[in-house]
Design a protein around this ligand. Structure first.
Ligand code: ATP
Length: 409
């Protein structure tokens, strides 16, 4: 007999939802005999194929609405695919959205038995692990309260506890873990690691790149219901971040294009380039920036028609978190309003960013803050890894050890 190499196989799965949209008031009045809703098809998954090998931990990542939960539900057999098929082997435990599978009017105790039976456990099997479930969940005496009085964290604790005690061959975990508090999350991660050692298969949806990098051996990236990456974790996170960056730029451009008092000046200034050099004028290019390097950010701009303007730059992480922002107004520099080409220089002595990529963008605004020019992304900088610590900044940290003098009584 051939050895079983996979625990689940998803073959060309597509999932369609039918969206019912309310018609406008005008349509309702004009066509009052017809129904108030129009229907449109929405494909949450399109031609998705993946194989989950035995013992793999796969991170399923993607933007909000990219289809992750839908794929988990299809694999877990909770919903059917519109086309394609899913082949499963062994026992599957799915930890999906909050409270799924729990009956609000039943006590925690009754829900454990109900949930466990849905996961394929007999009453005897549940009896045998019931105390472990309660202990793992930390629910304590609340086990006999109706779950409708539970906090969202308590729901997740109990659901996770049941799922991991149901002896699953495949564990499907949706974002729910993020709901629990930190000690519980650590407990869950320890359990996931134990499952890995036991050779079980895990499919984990997470919005935390760190969590995925930490536990997964492979990532699948979904974008608009399609797989855009299936392979290494590092590459998957890069693909995901590129997508975030694309969306962020589009959102910024849309916001900049909105009407405002200064919008008549849009285009009065253009930013052609942002150069970044070290303190001695050497371009940084693709080199890694060492701790303590002086940076000079120069915005090259052209004023086409008279305008009072401000220019500046922003450093952002690849996930769009603003790390640092500086502009001429903050430094008390008045820019000439006359047409001409200008190079505006910002000197940043002894920079100390932690390891990671920083995206540099630059903009110009009128004095009332209306964006009239934007260059995004303008450049990127890669900072050398902190050899001692970790984080978005680094320090020239040192440590020492001394003997504690025992207190004398
Ligand atoms: N029952 C449903 N009926 C209609 N549309 C649905 C249904 N379930 C999901 N969708 C839509 O399908 C798309 C994918 O949803 P899904 O929940 O799978 O995304 P997700 O990647 O898990 O998102 P998130 O990161 O926000 O949890 C979304 O646009 C969602 O609105």
């Amino acid at each position: 007999m051939a050895t079983v190499q996979h625990i689940a196989r998803v073959e060309h799965v597509s999932k369609r939802f039918v969206l019912h949209k309310d018609k406008s008031l005008k349509d309702r009045i004009l066509y009052f005999r017809t129904r108030n809703q129009s229907k449109t098809d929405f494909w949450a998954l399109s031609d998705v194929s993946i194989t989950l090998g035995l013992g793999e931990t796969v991170g399923l990542i993607g933007h909000n609405g990219s289809g992750k939960s839908t794929l988990l539900k299809v694999i877990g057999g909770i919903i059917d695919a519109t086309s394609g098929r899913v082949l499963r082997r062994g026992r599957v435990a799915a930890l999906l959205e909050l409270g799924a599978g729990f009956h609000p009017d039943l006590s925690g105790r009754d829900n454990v038995y109900l949930n466990a039976s849905i996961l394929g456990m007999t009453t005897e099997e549940t009896d045998a692990v019931f105390d472990d479930i309660v202990e793992f969940s930390g629910i304590g005496e609340f086990i006999d309260s109706q779950v409708k009085f539970y906090s969202s964290g308590m729901y997740v604790r109990l659901a996770f506890a049941v799922a991991v005690h149901s002896d699953p061959d495949l564990l499907l975990v949706d974002e729910v873990l993020a709901v629990g508090d930190e000690p519980f999350q650590q407990k869950c991660m320890a359990k996931i690691r134990q499952f890995q050692r036991e050779g079980r298969t895990i499919l984990l949806v997470s919005h935390s790149a760190d969590q995925v990098a930490d536990v997964c051996s492979r990532t699948v990236v979904l974008d608009g219901g399609r797989i855009v990456h299936d392979g290494s974790v590092g590459e998957g996170i890069r693909v995901l971040r590129e997508g975030y960056e694309r969306d962020r730029v589009a959102a910024q451009e849309a916001a900049a294009a909105k009407e405002s008092p200064g919008s008549a000046y849009v285009g009065a200034v253009t930013i052609s380039e942002v150069s970044v050099t070290d303190g001695s004028g050497e371009p940084i290019g693709n080199d890694q920036v060492a701790y303590g390097t002086d940076l000079v950010v120069t915005i090259h701009a052209e004023v086409h028609e008279p305008v009072d303007w401000i220019t500046g730059f922003t450093f952002e992480s690849v996930l769009g978190q603003m790390v640092y922002r500086l502009n001429t107004e903050g430094l008390g520099i008045d820019l000439p309003s006359a047409p001409g080409r200008y190079a505006v220089e910002f000197r940043l002595p002894r920079t100390n960013f932690g390891r990671d990529r920083i995206i540099v963008s630059a903009g110009a605004t009128t004095l009332d803050g209306t964006t009239i020019a934007l260059l995004n992304p303008a450049a990127h900088l890669d900072f050398e890894e902190d050899p001692h610590g970790a984080g978005v900044i680094q320090f020239a940290a040192v440590g020492s050890l001394r003997d504690e003098v025992p207190a004398t009584t």
